[in-house]
Design a protein around this ligand. Structure first.
Ligand code: GDP
Length: 287
């Protein structure tokens, strides 16, 4: 059960290229067998989710790089989901802020970014669409830096790695000077620098040693086939299919609830799908 893991979320304003980036991360990570079709709009694929009888607001994806699995958690694009945003931040150890090289950071991502900073997450800035003729890369980097400081980033958080990307062509670089050659085709690369940046900058999931199994539930959902679904991160121990567990919560009046139930199914994220498993270990995100 022990495996290398990283849990990250993506913060992006709509249209800055989140779906495109995740599509290419999935393709390049080799998550898919060649016969599997990569749905063109991964994070937006609500129909796909309906087909499976599962609808969750924050959609999760997982990619494998070597022996490491990276869970990628989506965040809502706006501030209407305050509590949800905090719960999502509790699942991850790092965040990717994806910003359009021409538009720069927009106010709508401010709230989610602030929550990520408050949670102490390590951030990676991805400047996307560096191919745009109206790209103003250095200015946008400076704007992002000012925004971080403005939102109370720690010194370490303000010292973020910067990845320059053209998600639509499936490449990125940490070397600003390399961009012209990559745009002209004189040099070629992939999204590997982003994978590497995640592995280097985002720490492994913190695991508390509470003894038994504990899952921090971040989201609830429902499946016609299975019943109630809880999505979250295993913060301690392991859990097995069929196990009897207790849900600890509070009711509307603030009274504690301890509700016992059996885990009839367990799944982890693998590519775009939820893969049924018999056991989930600490650190992983599961349903
Ligand atoms: P999302 O709303 O953040 O998921 O954004 P999408 O991934 O749907 O992308 C929005 C638009 O930006 C689409 O038309 C993409 O083709 C385009 N796009 C994504 N990445 C790039 C890029 O690197 N360069 C350019 N020029 N366009 C891009």
């Amino acid at each position: 059960m022990v495996q290398n893991l990283r849990n990250v979320c993506i913060i992006a304003h709509v249209d800055h290229g989140k779906t495109t980036l995740v599509d290419f991360l999935l393709r390049q990570a080799g998550t898919f067998a060649s016969h599997q079709r990569v749905d063109d709009r991964v994070m937006d694929s609500m129909d796909l989710e309906r087909e499976r009888g599962i609808t969750i607001q924050a959609k999760n994806t997982a990619v494998r790089v070597g022996d490491t699995k990276i869970n990628i958690v989506d965040t809502p694009g706006h501030a209407d989901f305050g509590g949800e945003v905090e719960r999502i931040m509790g699942m991850v150890d790092g965040a990717i802020l994806l910003v359009d090289a021409a538009e720069g950071p927009l106010p709508q991502t401010r709230f989610v970014l602030q929550k990520a900073l408050q949670q102490g997450l390590r951030l990676i800035l991805v400047i996307n669409k560096v191919d745009r003729p109206d790209a103003r890369i250095d200015e946008v980097v400076n704007q992002a830096f000012d925004l971080f400081v403005d939102l109370g980033a720690s010194e370490a958080q303000a010292d973020f790695p910067i990845v320059y990307a053209c998600a639509r062509q499936g490449w990125c670089t940490l070397n600003r000077d390399e961009i012209p050659d990559l745009l002209s085709g004189a040099k070629k690369t992939t999204l590997k620098p982003l994978f590497d940046a995640i592995l280097e900058n985002v720490s492994k999931p913190k695991i508390t040693d509470a003894g038994g199994f504990q899952l921090m539930v971040s989201n609830l959902s429902y499946s016609e086939f299975v019943g109630r679904l809880a999505i979250g991160r295993v913060i301690s121990g392991t859990v097995k299919k069929g196990q009897r567990v207790t849900r600890r919560g509070i009711d509307a009046a603030g009274n504690p609830i301890n509700e016992g139930f059996n885990i009839s199914q367990l799944a982890v994220y693998e590519g775009l799908t939820q893969m049924p498993v018999l056991e989930v270990g600490a650190g992983d995100i599961c349903v």
